[in-house]
Write a protein of this length. Structure first.
Length: 427
């Protein structure tokens, strides 16, 4: 089975001269449906004894390890993992239940020094870190696909275009906190790591052929070394529809309702949106109702909501109404950094000219290299450097500025000449 899949990958790459097949259609014809894991669906690991057996098996395995995690976004509070899937040569596939085995640090330690293969690593690493698993090195197949110029980089699209297999993706948005997990979901979960090693190997060959392998390695290293994101300040300000809320008293209503909702959601372990919608919070903030009756008349607080619930939301509104002026939230501060580009022409015409020249040059190079512009260099970095160019504007200072903004070595080497030219030509 493995040999056949390797042949499919080699054929797909070879037939197109080593690049992604045209229109993501496998070169060997229609994709082959992948319906069952090669060793069948493994049992769910939910006890310390079963986990110890998995740890021993994976510690004795060979080569990199494919890792995936399933969350219950939209169903449960937070972004915790409810299933962890792993696959490694010599160990097979394991499905680990973090509810039954909440501490997987011993498994993480057993894989220390092993390359982890993940698809869209930044999505899974936070929940894996929370249960004690953090890779020292990794290979991100989604990011590899972007750097290699694939137009579609979802796991299903990548497996199909590179390996010639079709994955069934019908269970990606289910409630993974469900227990017991249905067999079709477990099959789907096992298949998500079934071909990650094969995909990694094919993408490594393609990146090497394009001269981008070192770029990818720098990107992977940066992801693995990145610290956890700090908690957001004033997360209530991210309420959808917040742009409609103009007055400070209304902002206080949003803050009080958001905070009350978050406490309820955390206590009940459900997604906050299932407790009270953002749209309802904004409606209440705009109206600032003075009674439960007035609140009930607003969209999102209809007859289906119980009296006790309505009273708790009205209590939050009343707290906001009672706040003295000096305790009301201030309007959101202007984000650090340059203003929105649409305002540059009025605020600083020279900066607007620099940005236009830089964008044109970066776009042209990204197209030449066949990779997304944002992977060549982030638009925010370009804006910041064009708004406040380093002085003197020369290759050394521009390279230092790019590095300070988090650009990797390969990005600095490619983008520095473009920015120096754009900054000096528009001066």
């Amino acid at each position: 089975m493995t040999d056949a899949r390797e042949t499919a990958a080699d054929t797909a790459l070879r037939t197109t001269g080593g690049g992604p097949p045209a229109d993501d259609v496998p070169a060997n014809g229609l994709p082959i449906p992948l319906l069952e894991p090669r060793e069948g669906i493994p049992p769910v690991v939910a006890s310390e004894q079963a986990l110890a057996e998995v740890i021993a098996a994976f510690a004795a395995g060979r080569g990199p390890v494919a890792v995936d995690a399933e969350r219950a976004s939209g169903y449960r509070y937070g972004q915790r993992a409810y299933l962890v899937q792993l696959r490694r040569e010599g160990a097979g596939t394991a499905l680990v239940d973090p509810v039954g085995c909440p501490d997987l640090s011993a498994l993480g330690e057993a894989l220390d020094g092993t390359e982890w293969i993940l698809h869209a690593a930044t999505q899974d690493l936070p929940c894996l870190r929370d249960i004690g698993m953090r890779p020292a090195s990794l290979f991100d197949t989604e990011l590899a696909g972007r750097l290699a110029g694939f137009p579609r980089v979802g796991l299903g699209a990548m497996v199909e275009s590179v390996l010639g297999y079709a994955l069934e993706k019908g269970h990606s948005a289910v409630d993974w906190s469900t227990r017991p997990l249905p067999e079709p979901w477990l099959r789907y979960a096992a298949l998500d790591v079934e071909l990650l090693v094969d995909l990694r190997d094919a993408l490594e060959k393609e990146l090497d052929r394009q001269g981008k392998l070192e770029w990818a390695r720098e990107e992977f290293e940066a992801i693995a070394a990145a610290p956890p994101a700090p908690p957001r300040k004033d997360p209530w300000r991210r309420t959808s529809g917040m742009h409609k809320v103009r007055r400070r008293r209304q902002m206080a209503v949003v803050r009080e309702l958001w905070t009350a909702r978050d406490r309820v959601a955390q206590r009940r372990d459900v997604s906050p949106g299932k407790v009270l919608s953002d749209a309802a919070i904004v409606e209440a903030a705009l109206a600032v109702p003075v009674s439960v009756a007035a609140l009930t008349a607003l969209p999102g607080f209809g007859h289906r909501m119980g009296r006790r619930q309505l009273e708790q939301w009205q209590a939050a509104v009343d707290r906001a109404r009672a706040l003295p002026e000096n305790e009301l939230p201030q309007p959101g501060k202007e984000p650090a950094g340059p203003p929105p580009p649409r305002a540059w022409a009025d605020k600083d015409p020279a900066a607007a000219a620099r940005l236009a020249a830089a964008r044109t040059a970066v776009t042209a190079l990204a197209e030449e290299l066949n990779l997304p512009q944002e992977n060549l260099i982030t638009p925010d970095t370009v804006r910041r450097i064009c708004w406040e160019p380093p002085a003197p504007t020369d290759p050394e200072t521009v390279a230092a500025a790019l590095t300070a903004h988090g650009a990797r070595r390969w990005q600095v080497g490619l983008v520095t000449p473009l920015l120096v030219k754009a900054l000096t030509a528009a001066a």
